[in-house]
Design a protein around this ligand. Structure first.
Ligand SMILES: *Cc1c(COP(=O)(O)O)cnc(C)c1O
Length: 388
């Protein structure tokens, strides 16, 4: 189907170049430089009843979806990629590909929606989930049971404290134990960390966030080091449960990814500058950002993240929970909203979202640095912090 692609030509173009041209695919029928949105739900059989196009039915097969997947596979250095209807559907497809009785190790501090699903729902599928501090290698080593643990799940940096997990070190624990290693790399993005190159088996993204980057698509992505039987099983989960990304969303995701490199670089630079300046602010008790030397994951972040420490940071306020909520209310430029990774800066009091049992301190505000002028972003924060 895909007749031409700069990804297949020498020399090896940089990621930024490949992204800008969405791998340089040209539509063979029209010669269009932008891929068409394929909306068909069904495809013609060959006269001898075969499906040589590879397309049978819209629930498993869509060419616009495959274009988005080719880009993500290239970004992650993966053997294959899949896009799904949300980050949660991507994550749960991995867990639903396991078998009843399988033991899973996952982080104590992670995206709350998946944490809730693992605590409350995963047992209905017979999964035995153990949450540990994945920033502590020895805690992971103690939790992984050879032959019993089938999946180790990581999120790095992890919501909303931005702790780091050492992918290479944990891969060296998981692999000999016979467990797959999957990494939620939403906040690292493929621009900063390549989990598969560090030994992970599967990478997951909420493509709703940085990959799309414009707060107008809900999408998820998975990429795999090998197209093995586990990957086939995940593919079957997506196909049978109807979790494939819709074609219009796949098209928007392709458009968003064209600027991923410049958006991530800009968000990282803004986050680093804001973290540094907020560290010296009288109203701020502490800043949680892997780029700061004071952050417990800083040394690992320097090894594991290339080109920046991400666009996400959190601040803890001296005035406690009331001051955190009041500060968010006084911001004008920063939008009070959930989600992250868009071009616009967002602020959120996570504690009120995550509810009881959350490891998130109540005096914390989570900041998703966008790509606006950093001076404007800081002035808005400073004004709100002083006003409270
Ligand atoms: C948002 C998010 C998810 C869930 O993704 P959806 O697209 O909202 O389903 C998972 N992990 C992380 C780190 C996220 O930020």
């Amino acid at each position: 189907m895909i007749s031409e692609s700069i990804a297949m030509t020498a020399p090896a173009w940089s990621t930024r170049t490949l992204l800008a041209q969405a791998l340089g695919h040209v539509d063979p029928a029209s010669r269009a430089v932008v891929p068409p949105i394929h909306v068909a739900t069904t495809y013609i059989r060959d006269p001898d009843n075969q499906y040589r196009s590879g397309n049978i039915y819209g629930r498993p097969d869509n060419e616009t979806v495959r274009e988005a997947e080719a880009i993500i596979a290239t970004l992650e250095g993966a053997a294959g990629a899949m896009v799904l209807g949300s980050g949660m559907s991507a994550a749960t497809a991995v867990f639903l590909a396991l078998s009843p009785g399988d033991h899973v190790v996952a982080p104590e501090v992670m995206y709350w929606g998946l944490r809730n699903w693992l605590i409350n729902e995963a047992r209905h599928w017979g999964l035995n989930v153990e949450l540990v501090d994945t920033s502590d290698i020895e805690a992971v080593r103690a939790a992984v049971k050879p032959g019993v643990t089938k999946l180790v799940w990581l999120e790095t940096p992890s919501n909303p404290l931005w702790d780091l997990a050492d992918i290479a070190a944990i891969a060296a624990i998981a692999r000999p134990a016979g467990a797959k290693l999957a990494v939620d790399s939403t906040c690292a993005t493929p621009m900063l960390t390549r989990p598969l190159a560090l030994g992970a088996d599967i990478v997951m993204h909420s493509a709703t966030k940085y990959l799309n980057g414009h707060s107008d698509v809900i999408a998820g992505a998975l990429a795999t080091a090998q197209e093995d039987s586990f990957w086939t099983r995940i593919r079957r989960v997506r196909a049978t449960l109807g979790q494939i990304l819709a074609p219009l969303e796949a098209y928007l995701l392709i458009r968003g990814m064209r600027t991923l490199d410049i958006r991530v670089k800009s968000a990282c630079a803004n986050a680093m500058e804001l973290a540094t300046r907020l560290s010296n602010h009288a109203a701020v008790a502490s800043v949680l950002y892997p780029g700061l030397p004071t952050h417990p994951g800083h040394a690992l972040a320097r090894r594991q993240m290339q080109g920046g420490f991400g666009g996400m940071l959190s601040i803890r306020l001296r005035g406690g929970e009331a001051a955190a909520i009041a500060t968010a209310a006084k911001l004008e430029l920063w939008k009070r909203a959930t989600s992250l990774g868009g071009v616009e800066s967002l602020v959120e009091h996570r504690g009120s979202i995550e509810g009881p049992g959350s490891p998130c301190p109540m005096d914390l505000l989570r900041l998703s640095a966008g790509i606006e002028d950093v001076e404007d972003l800081y002035q808005d924060l400073d004004r709100a912090l002083r006003a409270v």
